[in-house]
Design a protein around this ligand. Structure first.
Ligand SMILES: Cc1cc2nc3c(=O)[nH]c(=O)nc-3n(C[C@H](O)[C@H](O)[C@H](O)COP(=O)(O)OP(=O)(O)OC[C@H]3O[C@@H](n4cnc5c(N)ncnc54)[C@H](O)[C@@H]3O)c2cc1C
Length: 387
C-alpha cells in the first residue's frame, strides 16, 4: 500500500490552498454576512480547473480524478464552505449527470461551457413533498410529439437561481413502470425556457454565499431530445449522482474539521488563563488529540472511497460512510473549537462561528445521516422493512 500523494496531487493541493487563502479568505466573512453569491470567485475557481474535475480535456475538463477532486474541495472548505459548496454541487450534481448519462450532443453542448465557468448546472431532485424519499417525486414530464411538457416544483436546489445558472437537470415522473410504480427520468432544462422560473432562497443559516433556489415548472416545454440517457433511468441516475456527490460533501466535512483543529490549536496554545495556555489543561489537550485522531481517520476513509471510485469499483457503502463520518467528525470538531475559544468563539469576528453554522448542512444535504445509516445497513446485509 502507498499512502503518499503523488507530486502532482501535492502541487494541486498547494495551488488550491494558495488560491483559497489568498483570494477567497479576504472575502469569505463579508459574503457570508451579506448572503451574497460571487460569480467572480466561481469563474476564477473554474479557471483553476475546479469545474470539470473528472471530465476529460476534450470537453474542457481538467480530468484530475476523484482523489484530487476531494482534495480540492477539502482545501476550499478549509477556507470557505460556501465556495466549496458551489464547486462540489457544480461538479457532482451539475456536470456529473450530463457527463455520465448525456449523449454526445448534450455533452458537446454543455460540458465546455460548464467546465469553463461560463455557466453552472444544478440538479433538481428535492421537492416540497419529496425530500429523503426522493423517489416520490411529483413533478411530471409528458411526452407530446416532439417535446416534453414539465409541471412541478423543486426546492433547495444549489446553483439554480444565480446569474451563472445555465441549466437544470430535473427529475420527473414520465410514466408508470410495469410494477405499477412511477417511472422516473431526468430532463435537461436550460435557464430561460418559457414556463420555468427560479427564485433565490434567502435567510439560510449556513452556506450563505452559496446559491440556493426554488424552481417552478408551469407547462414548461423542452425538446424531446432533452431527455438525459434512457427514459425510466432517472432513479438509477439519481442514486449514482448522489454516490459521487457524497464524496464531495465528505471532503467539505474534512476541510472544515481540519481548519477547526488548526484554529483551535493555535488559539488554545496562545490563550493564557490561570498563568498557563488553556491547551495545557489536560481536558483541552485531549479535545485537540481527539480532533487530530478523527481527522486522520476521516481523511483515510474518504481518500480510500475516492480511490475505489477511480478504479470504477462500487462505492455506495463507502461514499455513504465517508459522508456520514466526515460530517459527524466536523460536528465534533466545531463543537470543540467553539468551546476552546470560549466566548470569542461565539462572535462573528472569529471564523469558528461560521464553521459552526456551515457544518450543520453536512448532516442533511445529499442524504441525511439517518438515510446514510439506512444505506449502510442495507449494504451490510441488514434485512427487513425498517431499513
Ligand atoms: C442548502 C441546501 C442545499 C441543497 N441542495 C440540493 C440540491 O442541489 N439538489 C437537491 O435535489 N436537493 C438539495 N437539497 C435538499 C436536501 O438534499 C434535502 O433537504 C435532504 O435530502 C432532506 O430532505 P428534507 O429536507 O425534505 O427532509 P425530510 O426527508 O423531510 O427529513 C426530515 C427528517 O426525517 C428523517 N427521515 C426521513 N426519512 C426517514 C427514514 N426512512 N428513517 C429515518 N429518518 C428519516 C430525516 O433524516 C430528517 O431528520 C439541499 C438542501 C439544502 C438545505
Amino acid at each position: 500500500m502507498d499512502f503518499d500523494l503523488s507530486e502532482a496531487q501535492n502541487l494541486t493541493r498547494q495551488s488550491v490552498r494558495a488560491f483559497a487563502e489568498g483570494e477567497i479568505a479576504p472575502m469569505a466573512r463579508e459574503l457570508d454576512e451579506k448572503e451574497e453569491f460571487s460569480a467572480e470567485l466561481t469563474r476564477r475557481m473554474a479557471g483553476l480547473g475546479l469545474l470539470g474535475c473528472f471530465v476529460p480535456e476534450q470537453y474542457g475538463g481538467s480530468n484530475m480524478g476523484y482523489i484530487l477532486y476531494a482534495i480540492a474541495v477539502e482545501e476550499l472548505a478549509r477556507v470557505d464552505a460556501s465556495q466549496a459548496a458551489t464547486i462540489a454541487a457544480g461538479n457532482s450534481l451539475g456536470i456529473g449527470p450530463i457527463y455520465y448519462f448525456g449523449d454526445g450532443k448534450q455533452k458537446r453542448e454543455w460540458l465546455p461551457r460548464l467546465c469553463s465557468g461560463e455557466c453552472l448546472a444544478a440538479f433538481g431532485l428535492t421537492e416540497p413533498d419529496a425530500g429523503s424519499d426522493a423517489g416520490s417525486t411529483r413533478t411530471t414530464a409528458t411526452l407530446d410529439g416532439d417535446h416534453w411538457t414539465i409541471n412541478g416544483h423543486k426546492i433547495f436546489i444549489t446553483n439554480s437561481a444565480c446569474s451563472l445558472t445555465g441549466v437544470i437537470i430535473v427529475q420527473a415522473v414520465t410514466g408508470k413502470r410495469e410494477d405499477g410504480k412511477p417511472e422516473l427520468s431526468c430532463l435537461i432544462v436550460p435557464s430561460g425556457t418559457p414556463g420555468f422560473t427560479a427564485k433565490e432562497m434567502k435567510n439560510k443559516m449556513m452556506w450563505r454565499a452559496s446559491n440556493t433556489g426554488e424552481l417552478f415548472f408551469d407547462d414548461c416545454v423542452v425538446p424531446k431530445e432533452n431527455l438525459l440517457g434512457t427514459k425510466g433511468d432517472g432513479f438509477h441516475q439519481m442514486l449514482a449522482t448522489l454516490d459521487d456527490g457524497r464524496l464531495s460533501i465528505a471532503a467539505m466535512g474534512l476541510g472544515g474539521s481540519q481548519v477547526a483543529f488548526e484554529l483551535s490549536l493555535e488559539y488554545a496554545n496562545s490563550r493564557i488563563q490561570f498563568g498557563r495556555p488553556v491547551a495545557s489543561f489536560q481536558v483541552n489537550a485531549f479535545k485537540l488529540a481527539d480532533m487530530a485522531l478523527e481527522i486522520e481517520l476521516a481523511r483515510n476513509l474518504l481518500y480510500k472511497a475516492c480511490w475505489l471510485r477511480e478504479k470504477e469499483r462500487p462505492i455506495t457503502k463507502e461514499a455513504a460512510m465517508a459522508k456520514l463520518f466526515c460530517s459527524e467528525v466536523m460536528r465534533r470538531c466545531v463543537h470543540h473549537a467553539v468551546q476552546l475559544h470560549g466566548g470569542y468563539g461565539l462572535m462573528k469576528d472569529y471564523d469558528v462561528e461560521r464553521l459552526y453554522r456551515d457544518q450543520r448542512i453536512l448532516e442533511i444535504g445529499e442524504g441525511t445521516s439517518e438515510i446514510l445509516r439506512i444505506v449502510i445497513a442495507r449494504d451490510i446485509g441488514v434485512s427487513g422493512r425498517a431499513v
